[in-house]
Design a protein around this ligand. Structure first.
Ligand code: 9MR
Length: 372
């Protein structure tokens, strides 16, 4: 592998014309895994033609960043907002992409009505089961034959291996997960079914997932892949522990997917373990508002290379790698865990240029990848 410093600086500064035979990520990883990105509603609606060009050219899979979460798609009981999800699916179909649905059962961005009655108290187990079944069946049926696979349950287990105290867990206990997979398999027997979570390198969490998936398989339930959200930083996760999790998950017979890949280039802010928690603005935690220093960028690229090489090493079980966004400017990480951070976590920079680690991977010095 060519070190980054060997890329001629003049070429980096000038950029080149893209020729029709410029390599693309999807061609390059064709024998390894699907390569994808999360896209949001403005993207689908044409707000960012350059990002559209990147996605169309480089990716063969997309996932809905927000528009299929229950709060968005099913905001009140029996009321579905299909427009954004329909447009997302159409976008993928027009481009012949593997379309991924995210997510059916999740505690966060949960529609406020989902688990409570008119007085605000938790519904009974039977009512929640019926609501889950309706929700899963209605959505999956609408996109039958169009969506390749679904994150059926998202983020149900904590770092210590215990179950998250979500409304689903409070009302139904551990059973809610197998039930969701049963309803999903019944709704669309041809769709792939995934469980998806962050912090999957944690040993106790790893063990809990291996047990959960093995238990579900023993009950005859189908689970096609374990999604490892790749929300990373410069000092986490430990790559050795991450690899142990890939191997442990593969031992269940399920495939593995790197579902939400991004890597913060900024100092890690210690905050509560919950991915949706935020901290108050502090300039100390926004050290590079005007651009990433080259020594930090080099380290970031080296670390991304190490993880990419790990994914390639395990491409027999890793069937998809999906970045959580397109270019740095649109990443959720700009607001996490502190609003207003200028972040650099994605595969393309704010000028829509491929990051150096991927230019090395593609063995090219070409910066611009916008031509279709
Ligand atoms: O990127 C998503 C962001 O736009 C939303 O505001 C946020 C709300 O919870 O969800 C983000 O995506 C999350 C994903 O759905 C599940 N895993 C963690 C992701 C980052 O928070």
């Amino acid at each position: 592998m060519k070190p980054f410093s060997l890329i001629p600086l003049t070429l980096l500064a000038i950029g080149c014309q893209t020729t029709p035979d410029t390599p693309t990520l999807k061609e390059h990883f064709n024998d390894d895994f699907l390569i994808g990105a999360a896209i949001n509603v403005p993207h689908v609606n044409g707000a960012d033609p350059k990002a559209d060009s990147i996605v169309t050219r480089h990716f063969n899979s997309i996932v809905a960043e927000n528009c299929m979460k229950s709060e968005e798609i099913h905001p009140s009981e029996g009321v579905y907002h299909w427009d954004d999800a329909d447009a997302f699916v159409k976008y993928g179909e027009e481009r012949g992409m593997a379309i991924i649905g995210h997510t059916l059962i999740w505690h966060s961005q949960l529609a406020p009505w989902f688990a409570v009655d008119s007085t605000g108290s938790n519904v009974t187990p039977d009512v929640l089961k019926e609501r889950m079944r309706d929700h899963i069946t209605t959505i999956m049926t609408r996109y039958k034959g169009k969506i390749k696979g679904w994150d059926v349950v998202n983020e149900p287990i904590l770092e210590d291996g215990s179950y998250r105290q979500s409304p689903f867990y409070e009302i139904l206990g551990e059973e809610y997960i197998p039930l969701a997979f049963q309803y999903a398999a019944e709704a669309d027997p041809d769709a792939e079914l995934y469980i998806n979570d962050y912090g999957m390198n944690a040993p106790a969490k790893r063990d809990a997932y291996v047990k959960l998936v093995n238990d579900m398989k023993a009950k005859g339930l189908r689970i096609d892949a374990i999604g490892m959200q790749g929300h990373m930083g410069m000092d986490y996760p430990d790559i050795t522990e991450f690899e142990k999790s890939i191997e442990a998950f593969a031992s269940t017979g399920a495939n593995v997917m790197i579902t939400e890949w991004d890597m913060s280039a900024l100092p890690t802010i210690s905050h509560s373990a919950n991915i949706s928690d935020s901290v108050v603005y502090n300039t100390q935690f926004n050290p590079y508002p005007n651009g990433l220093p080259s020594e930090i960028s080099d380290k970031w690229n080296e670390r991304m290379t190490a993880f990419l090489n790990l994914f390639k090493k395990h491409s027999d079980v890793i069937t998809r790698v999906t970045a959580w966004g397109t270019q740095d400017g649109m990443s959720w990480k700009n607001d996490f865990p502190m609003k207003g951070r200028v972040e650099y976590p994605l595969l393309f920079d704010r000028n829509y240029n491929l990051k150096p680690f991927l230019m090395n991977e593609l063995n090219t010095n070409e910066l611009k990848y916008l031509t279709k």
